[in-house]
Ligand binder design. Sequence first.
Ligand code: G3P
Ligand code: CA
Length: 390
Amino acid sequence: MGTQRSNEGKSGTGRRALLGAAVLGAGGAVLGVTGTARAESARHGGGQGGLKSLPKPTIVGHRGASGYRPEHTMGAYQLALDMGADIVEAGDLVPTKDGHLVCRHEPEIGGTTDVADHPEFADRKKTKLLDGVSTTGWFTEDFTLAELKTLRAIERIPANRPHNTLYDGRWEIPTFEEVLQWQDEQSRERGKQVWVYPELKHPTYFRKQGLPLEERIAKLLRKYRRDRRTSPVVIQSFEPTSIERLNKLVDNPLVVLLSSANTRPWDFVESGDPRTVADLVKPAGLREIASYAQGIGPTLDLVIPRDAKGNLTEPTTLVSDAHKVGLILHPWTMRNENPFLPANFRKGTDADAYGDVFGAYQAYFATGIDGVFTDQPDTGVLAREGFVNN
Ligand code: G3P
Ligand code: CA
């Protein structure tokens, strides 16, 4: 797929240098934005936006405004924009049997749709090994897009978000192509560029089934002319080799997601690469990531670990180590509800009650992170206001 486009000028150095400017603003020159990089940027529409045009810390609407609406629905995406999110994670992408990319957090959709209430799909319920984990339910790769479109989204965590169940059944499963069209419409209506932040889910799992994700998203991005360095689409994945593959297909900003320190990306498991996330966050690991990506999306715990009681401890050196090699950091995920907050920021024990999330934001923003994923973008925007004005 990528061979249809020229790879001229796609050096990792140029990409890193450009994003280095985004990380440090005008001070980006100190990272060495070369004349070549500037010329390359100009050919791709650089200088007219790009990541550096976004506010810092950047507020990413995680699965939309999923704190208030069932996740990965057009209702959740729309509300995230209305609440002031700088980028909307629309969506986590998984494929259908007939090769369309749809927005679901996981291929298994028993917990986020009403599929269990559809007797015509009862025989599609299966148990599969998903990245080594036995998983039972209904999987998007066993449905055509037309079949998936007969389902409706429901709230995934009603115990934490009982009010969101009001919207169960209201929205269908969006496709990524619909997201790109919505992005156009919203940008026109708002008179400003709307950004999206799709994630490729389980790329190795799907490639082995003959449903590779990278080529599909690249084809759509080319169709909508959003495959450039300054295009308002940032792509993320937990599998570093998927991001490396994307780096050869498109010029978009790319982000490697990093789970807990003791985990191994699934592509590493499959290929026999022994490295864990703990290895990837060391300077050598970060340097390697910076050769094909512009950012990392670590867990918040990799930025500030918690102690045995769940309280925040001291920040690690991850922020400065990543910035040294020109990588931005967008950790995940800030949520207002008690169970998702560090113990020292909880208020009471109710699972659906809010804790001192502004206090937690202050601690994380103070580390120098470039942005954060949040289920409640309005809270994130207010927290940023408080942070930058104090
Ligand atoms: O993409 C950032 C964050 O969303 C990663 O975790 O599981 O919510 O997709 P997850
Ligand atoms: Ca995600």
